[in-house]
Design a protein around this ligand. Structure first.
Ligand SMILES: CC(=O)SCCNC(=O)CCNC(=O)[C@H](O)C(C)(C)COP(=O)(O)OP(=O)(O)OC[C@H]1O[C@@H](n2cnc3c(N)ncnc32)[C@H](O)[C@@H]1OP(=O)(O)O
Ligand SMILES: N[C@@H](CCO)C(=O)O
Length: 506
């Protein structure tokens, strides 16, 4: 690991029109480039973290973890406006010779991305294999992927959104009100606003955790207690903990960048901004997130071409994105193992790519998305022989992406009965499928090998004991179609069973 500081001695123009006369960026790197220089993982951190991702995202980052320094060159930069070594409100304002404090100009997520860009160029990085960020980190990752669509191969975003919600802004404003109510904030000294910051963190905690998290960790056993509750002590403790490592001026500045985050700013629309993303995208929501609720990530998934959505069933609320590292590892590892190019996802109905390996696990919704991957590739393989047509159905799950032509192609491939079953489910069913999220993680996965003599395909297929429990060997095209149809029937049967069990439960 190495911590470095990049001094950028030139004026840095901010989105607000003001300029910082120079910039300092503190960053950490771990590991080294591989010879092809295609192993870069770039981490965008959230509100109060720092560049030492191995410290705050343990379990996902570190030796022996998915993102480890033996395999990857990992970069994480402290964000603009923060207080861990990158230019922020406590930096010297050359005009006054003192720190900026409240005079620090308004910054934005786009300014943070511009600072990341300066560092990227300094490091000579031409391709980011995976760009990852949660919360405010995800907001940066999204903006970066929109502005530089060819730079990023995989975009991994967790508990984030396309534009900050009124609810989120209101939470932030309540926190800033607490800070401004502390008169010492106006003293413009490094310790200014500490009491306000403490209260702000306590408010923020309410949006990072849930009723149930407090219920489990702060529950009282003494029936006769009337004061000095654990929950009160917890709020105070957490407030102090932040005050001891952060400052009120950075906090206000960064919380405002979250408020103004909107990928649609100066774009035709939010949707069109998201459609510019070319990276293969994994969007992860946290089921109990009150601050960035899963519907915000579902919205992202609907508008980022080919994006795949998974929801982590977590008890921890928004901060689950920092805590659920085992589940994140599983989802990300699985996702990265599926070699789909952005080109394919975006607009290629006829794919030139035949993939070798697919992994399936996770939510019921993902089952269907993943089955699409399976079928897409299976069909592509089937048609690789005499017929040069290669069809991939990955985009099939996204009705916006040329569904009709795909349906018509599929129609030619499958007989009427299966076509009807299939098309109905995907024409009408995407949102419906999303209701079954509570079935996530109820499926194990299983490896399946398909060998048609010319090509061997290995799959790991969802397996709840019903779906698929044997290996196929395809002798010829006809057998393949038979098996494919059988698979569709199984998928449909499973779907119906789950719908029924949901209806029974309701
Ligand atoms: C320089 C640096 O410090 S690096 C920056 C570190 N932080 C970040 O990067 C931001 C991202 N990380 C986080 O936000 C957090 O660390 C999280 C979300 C991952 C975990 O949050 P935590 O606060 O560790 O967990 P949790 O909410 O369970 O609180 C546990 C803490 O509260 C204390 N606590 C729990 N109940 C009470 C109570 N009733 N009264 C007082 N203290 C309590 C625990 O003793 C524990 O203290 P510790 O942090 O000193 O070990
Ligand atoms: N706990 C995180 C939450 C912000 O999303 C932080 O302090 O950075």
């Amino acid at each position: 690991m190495s911590q470095e500081i990049l001094h950028y001695p030139q004026p840095f123009l901010l989105e607000c029109g003001k300029t910082l006369p120079q910039l300092q960026i503190t960053y950490h790197t771990y590991g080294t480039y591989n010879p092809e220089k295609n192993n870069v993982i770039w981490v965008c951190h959230a509100l109060t973290a720092n560049a030492d991702v191995f410290d705050w995202w343990k379990g996902l980052f570190g030796s022996g973890c998915l993102f480890n320094p033996d395999d990857y060159f990992i970069v994480c930069a402290n964000i603009l406006g923060s207080c861990y070594g990158t230019t922020g409100p406590l930096a010297e304002n050359i005009a006054t010779g003192a720190a900026y404090f409240q005079l620090f100009p308004d910054i934005s997520i786009r300014d943070m991305v511009a600072a990341h860009e300066i560092l990227r160029q300094h490091l000579g990085i031409f391709k980011i294999y995976s760009l990852i960020g949660g919360s405010l980190g995800g907001q940066q990752a999204l903006e970066w992927s929109i502005q530089y669509p060819d730079l990023i191969e995989n975009l991994l975003i967790v508990a984030t959104n396309a534009s900050h919600s009124p609810w989120g802004i209101a939470f932030n404003e309540a926190q800033r009100m607490a800070i401004r109510a502390d008169e010492t904030y106006n003293l413009n000294v490094p310790e200014g606003g500490r009491k306000g910051l403490k209260a702000a963190r306590a408010v923020a905690l309410l949006s990072y955790r849930t009723y149930h998290t407090y219920g489990r960790t702060q529950c009282e056993t003494d029936l006769n207690k009337t004061d000095n509750f654990k929950a009160s002590s917890y709020q105070n403790y957490q407030g102090d903990k932040l005050v001891n490592r952060f400052n009120a001026y950075s906090y206000v500045s960064l919380s405002k960048t979250m408020d103004s985050h909107n990928v649609g700013r100066n774009q035709p629309s939010i949707e069109q901004a998201l459609q510019q993303i070319k990276a293969k995208t994994l969007v992860i929501g946290i089921s109990s997130d009150l601050l960035f609720p899963p519907q915000e990530q579902q919205y992202l998934t609907e508008h980022i071409p080919g994006a795949v959505y998974h929801e982590i069933d977590s008890f921890y609320g928004h901060d689950g994105f920092l805590i659920e590292t085992e589940k994140l590892t599983q989802l990300i590892e699985t996702f990265l193992a599926v070699p789909i190019t952005p080109q394919l996802k975006l607009d290629k109905m006829i794919s030139q790519i035949v993939k070798e390996e697919f992994y399936f696990r996770g939510a019921f919704m993902s089952l269907f998305i993943d089955i699409e991957f399976l079928l897409g590739d299976t069909i592509a393989t089937i048609l690789t022989g005499d017929n040069e047509l290669k069809l991939n159905l990955i985009e099939f799950v996204n009705p916006k992406l040329m569904l009709e032509p795909k349906l018509s192609l599929l129609h030619k491939i499958l007989n009427q009965k299966y076509f009807d079953l299939y098309s109905k489910k995907y024409k009408d069913g995407i949102n419906e499928l999303r209701k079954f999220t509570d079935l996530r993680n109820s499926f194990a996965h299983k490896r399946i090998s398909i060998d048609n003599g010319n090509k061997k395909l290995n799959f790991i297929v969802m397996d709840n004991g019903k779906l698929i429990d044997n290996s196929f060997t395809f002798e010829n095209l006809e057998t393949k179609f038979t098996e494919l149809k059988a698979l569709l029937t199984l998928v449909n049967t499973l779907h119906d069973e789950i719908v029924k069990s949901q209806t029974d439960k309701a």
